[in-house]
Design a protein around this ligand. Structure first.
Ligand code: GLN
Ligand code: ZN
Length: 757
């Protein structure tokens, strides 16, 4: 009998109930017992839903008030000293979010992207003397809660090696040395679970799909030899990619079962089969846990057929990874066009697919109706005119070298741009957005709801733009922006105006803590029916003699923050986006806009987990950016912006994008992040952010002068721009005014000191 199971379920709840409850708790509007009651309700609802989909084993421990990595750290008793010695819910939330009255900045733990997903976890912190002690009963309590409902629990733990790998240290020591102290806690946990009557425990070791140092590879056998002695069966879960050179060592581990991701890495089935013992459980991750498309069940059945005999009673089916990364229930989407809707599957539908797959293997006749619905949907999507646009494909086929090349190299362009813009040295600008006040948000919401006519809406937005331009002129910035008041989100704004995108009403996924995003879905060939930003920018330019900077989101960022179609390579979708944005660049230019910024905030995020894939990604991502930007005339200045500056390993690719100016994040690291630019001479101009917009603090002129001086030690001062780290939309006008005034004074100080540097 084939078993079906799940690796994890989204916890934010339908209607984002957990989010709203948490936020009320944080504001002090409800007490712990209400928060707890809501958590119980959400968990039970999700367990029932999963049981109703026919799952044999239900994951427990995937629920979290904030983050599962933080839960693990707490369970292991790992709380950095600055949070005190008691471990309670208050400590937990302080680690996650800091606290408003904590005076030291950056009190909370650091947040990092979970592998290549858009989920962020809280980074564990360990030191060389780190002690561990079982410090939370959450997993045991929740297991008991689930058992009382009469379901089979499968507790989920982040594996010791993955947890350690993700931990950061403040001194130099070998984290593997901590295993001796860490493993007893894991043993203790497994023993307690066994004592509670648990049969299977899922231990997640996704680092097995990364390039690992030899010592870490070797540690696996040592760790699992020990853990398998505990009286539970361990299902070792790997996901997000191929085991690659770790396949043999993983297959040989002394565990009772192994889960592999066959969506990201279908080819690894053969390798695993070559190395795997028939007596263990093999869990096939056949349903995509990272994307929202309906599965091709016929293809999945064919895969299962190849292993079925060999694994007779030992075959399990599951999503490729936890369903944390997809929305909960497609049924909620009552406004979706029915054909498009029939192509999609959210968490609940994905679990139903598992049930159909099992039925198709065990009682083929009964699965017939479901299978034919599925096959029809797959065919409909493959052949649909909604997906395929011959005009877009014709344009794609004409992409050639000329389309990715500016007219002239940077030095020539620079002269022409300078002749046109006449900027001082250390020119000042901002990254695009200005404060999104409650009023602005209300205006957008009213317009969306039809309470404001188009004309009224445009009128109000124009007033906002005019205000923003006046403020910037009064401050004396050199390059102005329109302020982005019309954008609720830098990706959604463009997606809504492009063909090939669809938007859900409830398709929320957790980004971190109580923060959720509703990623657009790119289902078809992308094209731009009409200009998207030109009228706003043109209006803004009409109000000032200073250069106005047009503002676009780049193709790679739109791609990396959307659910992307899986019927063609991501690169092709990126090129389509780039061609559409290229038209926008041309229209802005034709409207007389002298500078255009193409934000690539998520450029680095798209890097594959393994280095082997980097070259290919960087090739097409850079190419997409160049397709989008290189139609600009020499005299039009192209900027790009990235919200980070860990550039050491990709600096050549960044330079290859050939933007005339790049603005990046650096203020928090005191310009240390600019070290990449010491070894590699970045050829074009660069604006290292000097004003940390993530902090409510108002930076002083001296602070920023100091930062600029440090930057000028690393980068030719003639190439430097002066700007904040990122957009100002989350800040208040009052602070922004003062901070920018300080920033401009800092630029002037550097200008007058110019010759002496
Ligand atoms: N132009 C955008 C803004 O200023 C850039 C945002 C970002 O990089 N995340 O808000
Ligand atoms: Zn940014």
């Amino acid at each position: 009998m084939i078993k079906i199971h799940n690796l994890g379920f989204p916890r934010i709840g339908e209607n984002r109930k957990l989010k709203f409850t948490l936020e009320r708790y944080w504001r002090g509007e409800i007490d712990y017992s209400t928060l707890h009651a809501t958590a119980v309700e959400i968990r039970q609802q999700h367990w029932r839903l999963q049981a109703n989909c026919g799952l044999d084993l239900i994951p427990v421990g995937d629920f979290s008030y904030y983050d599962q990595v933080l839960d693990t750290s707490i369970m292991l008793g790992v709380v950095p000293e600055r949070f005190g010695s008691s471990i309670d819910l208050d400590t937990y939330f302080r680690m996650a979010r800091g606290r408003a009255n904590d005076d030291l900045p950056f009190r909370a733990c650091e947040m990092t992207k979970w592998f290549d997903t858009n989920y962020h976890y809280l980074t564990p912190e360990v030191d060389a003397n780190q002690q561990f002690a079982l410090s939370s009963s959450k997993l045991f309590d929740e297991t008991r809660e689930l058992q009382l409902l009469g379901y089979q629990p499968k507790p989920v733990l982040i594996g010791p090696l993955t947890w350690l790998w993700l931990a950061k240290t403040n001194s130099d020591f070998n984290k593997l040395d901590l295993l001796e102290r860490l493993l007893p806690v894991y043993e203790n946990i497994l023993q307690r679970l066994a004592y509670q009557g648990v049969d299977w425990v899922q231990i997640d070791e996704p680092i097995l799909v990364l390039d690992l140092p030899e010592a870490w590879r070797n540690a696996f056998a040592q760790v699992y030899d020990r853990l398998q002695k505990c009286p539970v069966k361990i299902l070792l879960a790997t996901y997000f990619g191929a085991l690659g050179e770790n396949a043999a060592l993983t297959c040989e581990l002394a565990v009772a079962g192994l889960h592999i991701d066959l969506v990201r890495a279908p080819e690894q089935l053969a390798t695993v089969l070559d190395n795997f013992s028939n007596s263990k459980v093999l869990s096939l991750g056949l349903v995509d846990g990272r994307n929202i498309w309906r599965s091709d069940l016929d293809a999945a059945i064919a895969t299962i057929a190849t292993v079925r005999e060999r694994f007779a009673g030992q075959l399990w089916l599951a999503p490729s990874c936890s369903l944390l990364h997809v929305p909960i229930d497609l049924e909620r989407e009552t406004a979706l066009e029915p054909t498009l809707k029939s192509w999609l599957a959210f968490a609940r539908q994905k679990l139903t697919e598992l049930e159909v797959l099992r039925l198709a293997i065990e009682e083929p006749a009964s699965a017939e109706p479901e299978l034919s619905i599925s096959a029809n949907a797959i065919r409909s999507r493959r052949e649909s005119g909604l997906v395929h646009n011959p005009l877009v494909q014709a344009r794609l086929s004409k992409i050639d070298a000329a389309l990715t090349q500016r007219q002239n190299p940077f030095p020539v362009r620079r002269e022409q741009q300078q002749a046109r813009l006449n900027l001082p040295s250390y020119p000042t600008t901002t990254i695009g957005s200005f404060p999104q006040t409650a009023e602005i948000r209300q205006t957008r919401a009213d317009h969306k709801r039809g309470l404001l006519s188009d004309a009224e809406y445009v009128g109000q937005m124009k007033q906002t733009i005019a205000f923003c331009v006046r403020e910037q002129e009064a401050l004396g910035l050199d390059v102005l922006v329109h302020g982005e008041a019309e954008r609720n989100d830098m990706v959604e704004y463009f997606g809504e105006q492009l063909e090939g995108f669809l938007f859900t009403s409830h398709g929320w996924v957790q980004s971190y803590g109580s923060r959720c995003v509703k990623p657009p879905i790119i289902f078809g060939d992308v094209s731009r029916p009409k200009p998207m930003t030109v009228s706003w920018i043109e209006y803004a330019q009409s109000l000032t003699a200073k250069p106005m900077k047009g503002m676009l989101t780049g193709p790679v960022t739109i791609l990396n923050w959307s659910f992307v179609r899986d019927d063609q390579p991501r690169s092709v979708t990126a090129y389509q986006l780039a061609l559409a944005l290229r038209e926008e660049v041309a229209d802005l230019e034709a409207a007389g806009i002298p500078i255009i910024q193409i934000d690539e905030a998520a450029f680095r995020e798209g890097l594959p987990l393994r280095q082997l894939g980097w070259g290919d990604y960087l090739d097409w991502a850079v190419r997409a950016f160049r397709i989008c930007s290189s139609g600009a005339k020499d005299s039009t200045q192209i900027h790009t912006h990235m919200c980070y500056s860990e550039f050491n390993d990709i600096i050549a690719a960044i330079a290859d994008m050939d933007a005339d100016v790049i603005t990046i994040e650096t203020s928090r690291s005191n310009m240390e992040l600019l070290d990449a630019f010491i070894n590699f001479e970045y050829p074009n101009q660069i604006g290292p952010g000097v004003y940390d917009i993530h902090s409510p603090n108002v930076p002083t002129t001296q602070d920023m002068v100091a930062l600029l001086k440090r930057a000028a030690e690393r980068i030719d001062p003639g190439k430097l721009w002066v700007n904040p780290d990122c957009g100002l939309k989350t800040r208040q006008w009052q602070d922004v005014r003062t901070s920018l005034a300080h920033m401009i004074t800092a630029a002037k100080t550097l200008r007058s000191a110019g010759a002496s540097l």
